[in-house]
Design a protein around this ligand. Structure first.
Ligand SMILES: NC(=O)c1ccc[n+]([C@@H]2O[C@H](COP(=O)([O-])OP(=O)(O)OC[C@H]3O[C@@H](n4cnc5c(N)ncnc54)[C@H](OP(=O)(O)O)[C@@H]3O)[C@@H](O)[C@H]2O)c1
Length: 314
C-alpha cells in the first residue's frame, strides 16, 4: 500500500486507515464473547498484513473493547507496535459515566482528557499513542484548558501528536490558536453519501493548513456497498440510489467493484483524504489492494458528484 505523511509531521502511514469501530462484532461490551474477540484479532492481523499501518480507535468503541482487541493483537504480532500508528479518540462520555444520572455528553475538561488517555493506554497495553483525537466538539470547549491537557500528555510521553474529529473549520482555527504544535488531522464524515465537507470549508482548511482529512464511514456505513449492518441514526435515511447506479456503471466499465470506485472517488481529492476502512471481512480487506489502481478522470469524478448531489451543478 502507498505511504503518506500525516498532516504537518514526519509520521508515515498507509494511504488508507483501518477503523476499529466494528471489530468487536457488537457495540455492547456485555455481548462480546472470547470467540468474537479472537475474530477481531484475526481481522486486525489481516489488515496489518495487507499493509495498513494506521489504525483508528476510540475509547467509546464497544465501551473500550475495540482498544482491548487492538492491545491483544499488538501482543500477539511480533514487532507490530513499532510499525503502526495508533490513533485513538476521547471526549464523548456515555450516560452514567462517572456518576449515576449523568447524561450522554462531550467533555474536553483537562481532567477528563488526561484520564481518558491513561485508560486508553491501559486497554491498548502501550506506553504512548501516536495520535490522540478529540472525538466531537465539546460545546463548553476552553481552548486554553485543552492546550494544557495536551501539553501534559505530550510532556509525559503519553501522546506524540494531536488531532480532532467532527470539528467545523472555525473550531479547528479556535483550538489551533491555543496550541504550539499543529493539529495533524480532522476526522470527518465524507463520502458520496455525505458531501458536506466538500462545501463547508473543511477540505479547504485541510489544504491551507496541511492537515490530513480522514474520512469516516467512507461507504456511508455500508449504504454504498452491499448494504448496512448497523449505522448511526444520522445515516439511516441516506438517499443514494442514483449514485449507486452511477457507481455500478463505472465499476462495470472498469472491471472492478462499486465500493472500490466509491473509495477511489475520495482518493482523487487533492486534500489527500484518508478513508477509514470499516469492513470486518477479510476478503474485502484483501480486495482493497486494487483501489490504488483505479484512477478516475475528472469527468467520471464529476459524474459521481452530480449523481450524489441529486441535482445538476449550478
Ligand atoms: N470520528 C467519528 O465520529 C467516527 C464515526 C463513525 C466511524 N468512525 C471511524 O470510521 C471507521 C469506518 O466507519 P464505517 O464502519 O461506518 O465505514 P464504512 O466503510 O462506511 O462502512 C462499513 C460497513 O459497511 C459494510 N459493507 C457493506 N458492503 C460493503 C462492501 N462492499 N465493502 C465494505 N464494507 C461493506 C461493512 O460490513 P462488513 O463488515 O460485513 O464488510 C461495514 O458494516 C470506523 O471503524 C471508525 O474508526 C469515526
Amino acid at each position: 500500500m502507498q505511504e503518506i505523511t500525516l498532516g504537518r509531521s514526519s509520521l508515515k502511514t498507509s494511504r488508507l486507515a483501518y477503523g476499529t469501530w466494528r471489530i468487536a462484532g457488537s457495540w455492547d461490551p456485555a455481548a462480546v464473547t472470547a470467540k468474537a474477540r479472537n475474530t477481531g484479532v484475526q481481522t486486525l492481523i489481516a489488515a496489518y498484513e495487507s499493509g495498513f499501518t494506521l489504525f483508528d480507535l476510540a475509547d467509546i468503541y464497544c465501551g473500550g473493547v475495540s482498544e482491548e482487541i487492538m492491545g491483544q493483537t499488538l501482543r500477539r504480532v511480533n514487532g507490530m507496535r513499532a510499525r503502526v500508528v495508533l490513533a485513538t479518540k476521547c471526549g464523548i462520555r456515555a450516560a452514567n459515566d462517572s456518576e449515576k444520572g449523568a447524561p450522554y455528553r462531550y467533555d474536553f475538561s483537562a481532567a477528563h482528557i488526561i484520564d481518558a488517555c491513561e485508560h486508553s493506554l491501559g486497554r491498548l497495553g502501550v506506553e504512548h499513542v501516536d495520535l490522540f483525537q478529540l472525538h466531537r466538539p465539546d460545546y463548553l470547549m476552553d481552548p486554553q484548558e485543552v492546550a494544557q491537557a495536551f501539553a501534559t500528555l505530550e510532556a509525559s510521553g503519553k501522546v506524540r501528536h494531536f488531532g480532532v474529529s467532527n470539528f467545523r473549520p472555525s473550531q479547528v482555527t479556535l483550538l489551533q490558536s491555543a496550541l504550539k504544535a499543529p493539529l495533524l488531522v480532522n476526522q470527518v464524515e465524507i463520502s458520496l453519501a455525505k458531501l458536506d465537507c466538500l462545501e463547508d470549508g473543511t477540505l479547504d482548511q485541510c489544504l491551507t493548513e496541511g492537515m490530513t482529512p480522514m474520512a469516516w464511514s467512507p461507504l456511508g456505513g455500508g449504504h454504498l456497498g452491499e448494504g448496512v449492518r448497523k449505522v448511526l441514526p444520522s445515516q439511516e435515511n441516506y438517499r443514494i440510489g442514483g449514485v449507486k447506479r452511477q457507481l455500478d456503471i463505472l465499476a462495470r466499465e472498469m472491471g472492478t467493484s462499486r465500493w472500490l470506485v466509491a473509495l477511489a472517488w475520495l482518493l482523487k481529492h487533492p486534500a489527500g483524504i484518508v478513508p477509514i476502512i470499516g469492513t470486518t471481512r477479510t476478503d474485502r480487506i484483501h480486495e482493497l489492494a486494487a483501489v490504488e489502481d483505479i484512477q478516475l478522470t475528472r469527468e467520471q469524478w464529476y459524474q459521481l458528484l452530480t449523481s450524489a448531489r441529486r441535482q445538476d451543478l449550478p
